[in-house]
Ligand binder design. Sequence first.
Ligand SMILES: [Zn+2]
Length: 568
Amino acid sequence: MAGSSETDWVSRFADEVIAEAERRAPGKVIVCASGLSPSGPIHLGNLREVMTPHLVADEIRRRGYECVHIISWDDYDRFRKVPAGIDPAWAEHIGKPLTSVPAPAYSVYANWAEHFKAPMIYALEAMGIEFHAISQTWKYTSGAYREQILLAMRERHKIDAILDRYRTKDKSPALKQTPVDEAEAAAVEGSGAASEDDGTAAAGYFPYKPYCTACERDLTTVTSYDDETTELAYTCVCGFSEVVRLSEHNRGKLVWKVDWPMRWNYEGVVFEPSGVDHSSPGSSFVVGGQIVREVFGGEQPIGPMYAFVGISGMAKMSSSKGGVPTPADALEIMEAPLLRWLYARRKPNQSFKIAFDQEIQRLYDEWDALERKVADGTALPADVAAHSRAIGTASGPLTTTPRPVPYRTLASVVDVSAGDGEQTLRILRDLDPADPIDSLDEVKPRLDRAAHWITTQVPADQRTRVRDEPDAELLGSLGDAERESLRLLLDGLDDHWSLDLLTTLVYSVPKLQAGLAADAKPTPELKAAQRAFFALLYRLLVGRDTGPRLPTLLLAVGADQVRKLLGA
Ligand SMILES: [Zn+2]
């Protein structure tokens, strides 16, 4: 794919970023960036903040350029609220940096931020995302931003004037969009705080906010600042007050709208997308563009706005997690290439949903169909590109399932076998006797994902329970035609014991009964007869009108039990 362009949205951005990087600083490592706030569980929707620059950075690397993808952990942000499911006593930590808040009681991690970073780091690694993590706590408390902070304080009147151009617009009620639900609210919150206080105080405008030396909270007010000595005086609501020298003080941070452009310049970021909340007039991205130029003498990154990613389903998520699905949750029900594909195939400004419900089966069918098209060379160039971005990175391929048996088949097999490994293997072996599956390893990790999906996401009343004993009452009430249909099925069972042949058999029984050839074209009458026959089989086998696809179900139930339940 070296040198390719215009294949898909990723290629187009890579072209743009490479050209911009060459213009700014030829030959330097190209920097793409993301920011994540570990203020609570990192919502699956926030994965777009990472996936968009990841895909672009990966394309740039594929073309042979050096490129780094920075993920800034906004772990020096204030702890804003206690999420659902956490001890309300944590409210005493509101206002402290996220790295100074104790982790939830059950955690093995050193602090709040580390606790919520860990599952995200695991998920990013599982998805093949290479990144360079930067802890903002470490940067600020080590004094790395000293010069930038002193510069921002010197230029505070200019910053105040820039912010003031937008302050009146901020009051427009049209800009205050209400998130549709808890999940969206969590996603929108994302990195930084779009609505954070911008540094205005009674004593003037100060873009730097100290964390209180006594109580560690940011409930502080700057009361004076001396440019000559860098002496800064503040008071805190806890009653503490002091004067510090900003030339040596390392316990505070720039307000978000100044912090972000400062880091664009400090890190030399060429590409950093942002969520819809950061791109409206007066937003951090727009204001940041002026601040980075007029105050820091740098340039704004290329920063497309990305649309919201929603979730469909998520029936049985544990409430201890606050009902917020994380990327790690998604990776328990789908393989990494599939999750990558969902992001690669949609332009950042297109919203989409990640399926935790039945829709995941259709999604997997679509993915398998794409893999076949790619293999036989009939896929469109943009689809080939999305596929290639899904299955690997510039560093190599990701883990895939050697034999990609349809997800819906695996889910049905696990459903019927109740997860019993031996029974699962027996059923899988029968799927295609000409080329039998000899080990569960051949269908892993997809099998494990389907198993996790069926056991955690499918409600009990939609699960399949094969009858132990025949439904004598129903069998006794059947008419001659229905008895004959069961007999035709049972007579053909042994000769048709594979997925393909059983499919032929179950469709042909109503045809034979109607005096038609096995390959007769379906008519409305025939379709009605087939539906009635299938419903009868479901009632006799699993006591419901529907269930997994019949050929899979028959294989799963096993020939002996099928004979018993159908009254042979
Ligand atoms: Zn205090």
